[in-house]
Ligand binder design. Structure first.
Ligand SMILES: [Ca+2]
Length: 538
């Protein structure tokens, strides 16, 4: 079997063989040989089918719990017809896959492709470095014109998928709705404000006064002091009181305690501003304004509070109003957004990312990476990306009068989320902000949320998110354990200081403890990786 040889990066065609060679900028050692035998199946470098003779490949990875075998999906069947690449799908529900993943990666029985790879950053880097995953940058340049054009236009996406050794080991998945940056929406009970004759608060002092009124003036009218003025969670996806710390102390905050301002990475939970914010929350707690279960409740217990038989919830943080209070009470609450605080209006920005790595990888078992990369590249056409993400045209999507793809409402008794799991395989896809204006309309819920972000949060953006940097193996080793310990300490002390009001006595010891744990080294590593990202990822 005669295989063609590739070196990654710049393409040079020589007689009879195709070599991809070149340098990779600062990543000096970024040169790797990739063999390819696609020609044996009548490989077409352009157009469809991708191969003249049917090429069979095995794909592994994760799938949604409700998803059927991918070979039963209409969209996947269409892909096979179009490309003449026949796939044996071994994708497993995430829980099952996670147990088998490491064994599979080390075995000789490796699938040709990982689709929805389910790999952590550490696993991507490790399996890329040890040769289990092929470097893709040369293949992308040669065989993925659609993705290449996007990466040319969007160096940030390229940087997000590029490892510190200069190689790209996994393909991206991107969905730019612009709504992940502000997950912690703050709502207030306007039915109670009206009942008590209190106007909508606009400052942190007015908000506190409203919570005090909720506590003391029986707004639900049952003669009992059963009201919960404010409830939240810590360390949850979207119920965190970060914006109150910012309003009360001036410190923007997020779940990672890591923000960026003016290109500088900052640790948030050891500053005087943070201390002031937490101390003030301790005073609120002492006055009975904060639900004591805020530090212990899970999502189930939390979400039940909005639906109690007698309304008891005054104010809370959550991503979506209806999910907390139920359909019947949606009209009794309103989004409060960002309050004027000690340092103006500060909207804390999360580090949740719209650019993900790990959507697909090609393994060392794959003898046909050129054909495989052409197969993947088709999915980066925005119309195909939309179908991979929500389901095929005619099933979940249809064109409206303007040619935009819009959602077909799900059948009675099936939620749109459930339907999506049944018909959309996910995997590699890019739906950019501009695609949501010209190709596919956001789902109604997402559109509503975009509008709320634009009105209530984005104008008060207090920090930049830490970008989706792929840390090196060495950097991951330097931060991962230390950061786990640091975050555990911050979480424990936050709860204890709000509930017990002991921040003044314990603050100095805490700051020293963070120092000795190596918080400055962690910030240094993140700064180094951030700077690399700004340079394009290598
Ligand atoms: Ca009451």
């Amino acid at each position: 079997m005669r295989h063609r040889s590739f070196f990654t990066t710049v393409a040079v065609t020589a007689a009879g063989a195709l070599f991809l060679t070149g340098c990779s900028g600062s990543g000096g050692d970024a040169e790797a040989e990739v063999e390819d035998a696609s020609a044996e199946f009548g490989f077409n470098p352009e157009g469809l089918p991708i191969v003249d003779e049917t090429l069979s490949l095995t794909f592994g990875g994760t799938k949604s719990p409700l998803a059927p075998d991918y070979s039963e999906m209409e969209l996947v069947q269409q892909w096979e017809k179009d490309t003449n690449i026949s796939i044996t799908w071994e994708n497993l529900p995430e829980q099952v896959y996670m147990e088998k993943k490491n064994l599979m990666l080390a075995s000789e029985d490796l699938p040709d492709v990982l689709f929805n790879t389910g790999l952590t950053d550490a696993e991507v880097v490790q399996n890329g470095t040890n040769g289990t995953l092929l470097p893709l940058e040369g293949l992308i340049e040669e065989y993925a014109p659609t993705l290449s054009a996007i990466l040319e236009e969007r160096p940030d996406i390229r940087a997000a998928i590029t490892a510190s050794d200069g190689h790209i080991y996994t393909l991206p998945s991107v969905e730019e709705l612009g709504i992940l940056q502000y997950p912690n929406f703050l709502y207030i009970n306007t039915a109670w404000l009206d009942a008590l004759g209190i106007p909508m608060p606009t400052t942190i002092e007015e908000y506190r006064a409203a919570l005090e009124a909720f506590k003391t003036r029986d707004p639900n009218g049952n003669g009992q002091a059963d009201e919960i003025p404010l409830s939240f969670r810590t360390d949850s996806f979207c119920a965190n009181p970060h914006d109150l710390i910012a309003a009360l102390g001036g410190q923007p905050e997020n779940n990672d305690h890591r923000i960026v301002r003016d290109g500088k990475v900052e640790f948030t939970a050891n500053t005087e501003e943070y201390k002031a914010g937490v101390a003030a929350l301790g005073e609120w707690y002492a006055d009975g304004l904060i639900d004591p279960e805020s530090f212990s409740q899970d999502d189930v217990a939390y979400l039940a509070k909005g639906k109690s038989e007698t309304p008891v919830l005054g104010s809370f943080f959550w991503w979506e109003l209806k999910e907390m209070v139920g359909e019947d009470r949606v009209g009794d609450y309103a989004l409060l957004g960002i309050l004027e605080g000690v340092d103006g209006k500060l909207a804390s920005v999360s580090n949740y990312q719209e650019i993900s790595r790990g959507a697909m990888a090609i393994t060392r078992a794959n003898e046909y990476p050129a054909a495989t990369m052409r197969w993947a590249d088709r999915l980066y056409d925005p119309v195909m990306s939309a179908q991979a993400n929500w389901g095929p045209i005619g099933v979940t999507l249809e064109e409206d009068a303007n040619g935009m793809l819009v959602q077909i409402p799900a059948e009675e008794g099936v939620s749109e989320g459930e339907r999506r799991q049944l018909v959309a395989p996910g995997g590699p896809k890019i739906i950019q902000k501009k695609d949501f204006e010209t190709v596919v309309a956001p789902e109604p819920r997402a559109k509503e949320r975009q509008e709320l972000v634009a009105e209530f949060y984005a104008p008060y953006k207090a920090n930049d998110a830490y970008p989706p940097v792929l840390l090196s193996n060495e950097e991951l080793e330097q931060v991962s354990f230390v950061e786990t310990d640091i975050n555990a300490l911050v979480k424990e002390k936050f709860a204890s200081w709000v509930a017990n009001g002991t921040i003044e006595q314990e603050w100095e010891g805490y700051v020293s403890q963070l120092e000795s744990m190596g918080v400055q080294d962690v910030v240094g590593v993140y700064q180094q990786a951030y700077d690399r990202f700004q340079q394009g990822g290598e």
